[in-house]
Design a protein around this ligand. Structure first.
Ligand code: GLU
Length: 330
């Protein structure tokens, strides 16, 4: 994904009309942001920073928040983690106005959208191995491969023959077209779907619907108008915008902020135990002290002084989050 140099073929302007007036967020309508945690572990400093940024960007605009628990992958999701995440959000003062919504139980909506794509002749079976391994989780930076279209032009006979040996995953045919959007923090972006992404999985071989499909349907259903998340998900945004266009859904505004990394430059993960929420609560004692440290480390405030969430939303210099310089957290 590169910053735009020339106007994109099809540029979706953040905050602009979606082309679907029934569901569009009219100018002046309230901002609705969202928390979209995956309940696959306890929060760490990186997840928490993402939630704080989403809350602040929405509240700065007088907006509201949706909480959606992204438990699309039943093997990795645990109800106990969802409960713990909600308690930790509450401790931080990260309030939500709508939800919690869940992804389990949404299969019918996902299926209906998938069948529309299928009826439009946009989906084909793919027998490549490991193709859909991660399709139910958000593909974080570095996990995205360009699919070369291997199975796109198999004949019906070849498909039948292969289907006897292996359940296929299902890919969406993407056009050789640029999708562009204005990121609220990173500026204009564009990606050629065919060259930089390739046909992507919308349904796994086990029948589960893929993250990319679920997330656009959920954002639309829940009235989300502003998606604020880590920059590792920026390469997924053109896929999501493309799906929104195909399905006649509104395009939210997008804001991608830099990630928190550890001293070795590696993205924080649930394995970095010293950044786990329990450690952080123990070390900082109050949400204000923890917020102050996050704000100082990321540069959105000039120092690490303890600060209340509402004050951070009002006073933070979010322009400091433009660019991909990660915040070292240690
Ligand atoms: N559930 C995803 C995650 O925790 C976030 C997906 C998104 O923000 O679209 O990484």
């Amino acid at each position: 994904m590169e910053p735009a140099r020339t106007p994109a073929a099809r540029v979706v302007r953040a905050k602009s009309a979606s082309g679907n007036p029934a569901v569009d967020h009219a100018a002046g309508a309230p901002v609705v942001g969202r928390f979209a945690p995956s309940p696959t572990g306890r929060l760490h400093a990186g997840n928490l920073f993402a939630a704080v940024m989403a809350w602040c960007l929405s509240h700065r605009a007088g907006g509201r928040m949706v909480l959606r628990i992204e438990d699309l992958d039943p093997d990795r999701s645990r109800a106990a983690y969802a409960d713990a995440i909600m308690r930790d959000y509450e401790w931080m003062g990260l309030t939500w106005d709508y939800g919690p919504y869940w992804q389990h139980g949404r299969e019918e909506a996902y299926r209906a959208a998938y069948e529309r794509l299928e009826r439009a002749g946009l989906v084909y079976p793919c027998f490549c191995s490991r193709a859909d391994l991660h399709a139910a989780s958000a593909p974080h930076f570095g996990e995205k491969l360009v699919y070369p279209g291997t199975c796109r032009s198999l004949t019906d006979d070849e498909r039948r023959e292969r289907a006897q040996r292996k359940d296929p995953s299902w890919r969406l045919i993407v056009p050789d077209e640029d999708v562009g959007f204005d990121d609220m923090l990173q500026g204009p972006q564009r990606q050629n779907l065919a060259r930089e992404c390739g046909d992507f999985v919308v349904r796994r071989a086990d029948g589960a619907f893929a993250y990319q499909l679920a997330v656009v349907l959920d954002d639309a259903e829940q009235g989300v108008t502003q998606v604020a998340r880590g920059i590792d998900l920026l390469p997924s945004t053109p896929q999501q915008i493309h799906l929104q266009s195909l399905l006649g859904l509104p395009h939210p505004a997008y804001a991608h902020f830099p990630l928190m990394v550890n001293e070795t430059g590696r993205r924080l993960s649930k394995r970095d135990h010293d950044t786990s929420i329990d450690e952080l609560r123990e070390r900082f004692r109050t949400p204000e002290a923890l917020l102050g440290r996050m704000a100082g480390a990321s540069g959105i405030m000039p120092d690490d002084e303890p600060i209340a969430l509402e004050d951070l939303a009002r006073e933070a210099d979010f322009a400091k989050l433009g660019g991909r310089i990660s915040t070292v957290w240690g």
